[in-house]
Write a protein that binds this ligand. Structure first.
Ligand code: DON
Length: 560
């Protein structure tokens, strides 16, 4: 109703946005990939909870309603601005199991064993989501576990009708689940593909959520569920032990902070590369008049690509888990460093990143999910969570009803060997027991005078960072409304492989020709789903919360 009304108003007043309308609200807003999960978050705020309660409720609900990326068996990152202006971040990324080792995905000749880091029990890191969501709730929430988990439990127990999008996702993955009978059972209707409108119930997951609601982190990391995870590991040579689960802890980390044209940029620090790269690229872009060049012009696309090329090269060398490797964060986000790093930029010519053999783009399906919440008091949460690949390693823990991640593939499994996203890495991101694998997830809050202005983030593996960059540049440089800033087509370059992927219509044929003449190469359309990223965002404008669901995919902005 609200959407229809908003669209109607847009047409009536002939507002210039080319994209579907944002949802306007004053009291609270949740924007996520699942309408049911957004509603769960908003209901908690309506009953007196804050944006952190809403984020936890949305996170648990996504584990039920959006299983390809919402999860209990994965991990994520949260960037939070509190109503007093303080910004904190919670790293609940998976860790490498205690028995993990540097060459664990290589055979005795040092060759990568195909599939082991992505499609096996041994591809799973120790899950961080449950500890992360409960830690957020304990520290900054106001509601009980039972209250924030009630909707998730109900949706798992009583079921919900599957959308076409979900049935298509399930159909796409069932073939890969033939070797995992438990997974096949969960995602099929007695062996047959689910159809749109079918009621989908998850009794084992409902039981697991009940145990967590009752016992807290102990309900997942110790006792029955932990034993079921370890039993699942033993079925397929996985590494996660009871000790690994008991030891898991999420970590509060200092946010990455930068400035851009007078705005504060707050991002996720390592083990995510997101915050560092977004700030590094914005620093490179700041001296350039992007607004004057115009959105989509060859000049603007060129300068963005060149900043991306340099930042991603730095990522492969310097970024990893700061508890295991001295990541030079302050150096990489310094304005001076960006000026020097960009000093060889030429406005008329592409630079050359061909000194290292390009990796290959993976055609494997990918899935992560980002959601944003905000309340009237001014608390805001940007949270990105994932199992890595779509449906993780596609292995459901027998008896516990949730999927496991295949996040170990985000490590550099061998020097200069591309991961699923074509990303390269070296020592900084090598495998070590207990270490966190480098991520691109970039939950971000842009603030002005100590108050949240833009809350954003995205899925998309390596393309997350450039998606977030473009949303920020669209809002700050091009002065777009949140509708166009989120919806307009995007492009991506990551140094290696040396090419540009882009949404249909992101680059016009004559712009392509100009960029080609400058020396840019390897242009191709993005091969997956709705397009590059899914940047579910909130913009605060004149005291109003504008929630924008990325129209590339299903989901909803819900506000009140
Ligand atoms: O942490 C990372 O960078 C990846 N595991 C994220 C995966 C992802 O975004 C897949 N998405 N669509």
């Amino acid at each position: 109703m609200r959407i229809i009304l908003t669209l109607g108003l847009l047409l009536f007043f002939q507002v210039q946005a080319a994209s579907p309308g944002a949802i306007h609200a004053s009291e609270g807003m949740v924007v996520s990939r699942s309408a049911l999960a957004s509603t769960a978050g908003v209901e908690i705020m309506k009953s007196g909870g804050n944006a952190i309660d809403a984020a936890v409720a949305t996170g648990f609900a996504l584990a039920v309603t959006y299983p390809s990326a919402g999860n209990l068996g994965g991990g994520g990152f949260a960037v939070i601005q509190l109503q007093d202006g303080t910004v904190v971040t919670l790293d609940h990324r998976e860790t490498a199991p205690g028995h993990a080792s540097r060459d664990m995905y290589l055979d005795k000749d040092g060759t990568v064993i195909q599939g082991l880091s992505r499609q096996s029990h041994a591809s799973s890191g120790v899950p961080g989501t449950v500890d992360g969501l409960l830690t957020l709730l304990e520290k900054y929430g106001t509601k009980t576990r039972r209250e924030v988990m009630a909707t998730a439990i109900r949706l798992a127990r009583e079921g919900f009708p599957l959308s076409r999008d979900m049935t298509e996702q399930f159909a796409g993955v069932l073939g890969f689940m033939q070797d995992h009978p438990t997974s096949h059972k969960v995602f099929s209707n007695n062996g047959q593909a689910y159809r749109e409108g079918d009621l989908w119930k998850q009794p084992d997951l409902a039981d697991t959520l009940e145990i967590i609601a009752e016992k807290g982190r102990d309900g997942f990391y110790n006792g029955r569920i932990a034993e079921l995870i370890v039993a699942e590991m033993q079925r397929g040579n996985g590494l996660i032990s009871l000790q690994d689960l008991t030891n898991y802890r999420s970590v509060w980390r200092e946010p990455v902070h930068g400035t851009y044209r007078g705005y504060d940029i707050w991002g996720m620090p390592p083990p995510s590369s997101g915050g560092v790269l977004v700030v590094e690229m914005l620093n490179m872009l700041e001296p350039h008049d992007l607004a004057g060049m115009g959105w989509g012009s060859a000049a603007a696309v060129h300068v963005l690509i060149e900043s991306e090329r340099r930042a991603y090269a730095d990522r492969s060398e310097y970024l990893g888990d700061p508890d295991y490797y001295p990541v030079p964060v302050s150096k990489l986000i310094a304005k001076d460093y960006a000026r020097q790093r960009f000093s060889d930029f030429r406005a008329d010519q592409a630079s050359n990143s061909a000194t290292i053999t390009p990796g290959k783009w993976s055609e494997e399906s990918i899935e992560t999910t980002h959601f944003s919440t905000m309340d009237a008091a001014g608390n805001a949460v940007a949270l990105t969570t994932t199992l890595n690949s779509s449906f993780g390693n596609r292995i459901v823990v027998t008896g516990a009803g949730f999927l496991l991640n295949n996040e170990m593939d985000d490590f550099s499994i061998r020097e200069n060997t591309a991961n699923q996203y074509g990303l390269l890495g070296r020592e900084a991101n090598s495998i070590e027991a207990g270490k966190r694998m480098l991520s691109s997830m970039s939950p971000t809050i842009v603030s002005r005078e100590g108050k949240p202005y833009l809350i954003t983030g995205s899925p998309g593996g390596s393309t997350i960072i450039t998606t977030v960059l473009q949303v920020i540049v669209n809002v700050i440089d091009h002065k777009m409304g949140i509708e166009d800033a989120v919806a307009l087509p995007r492009f991506h370059h990551q140094w290696q492989p040396d090419g540009v992927i882009y949404d249909p219509f992101a680059i016009s044929p004559d712009t392509l020709a100009i960029l080609g003449k400058m020396g840019h190469k390897g242009f191709r359309n993005f091969p997956f789903g709705g397009g590059l990223g899914d940047a579910n965002s909130i913009l605060v404008k004149e005291g109003e919360l504008l929630g924008m669901k990325d129209p590339r995919n299903e989901g909803l902005a819900v506000g009140y």
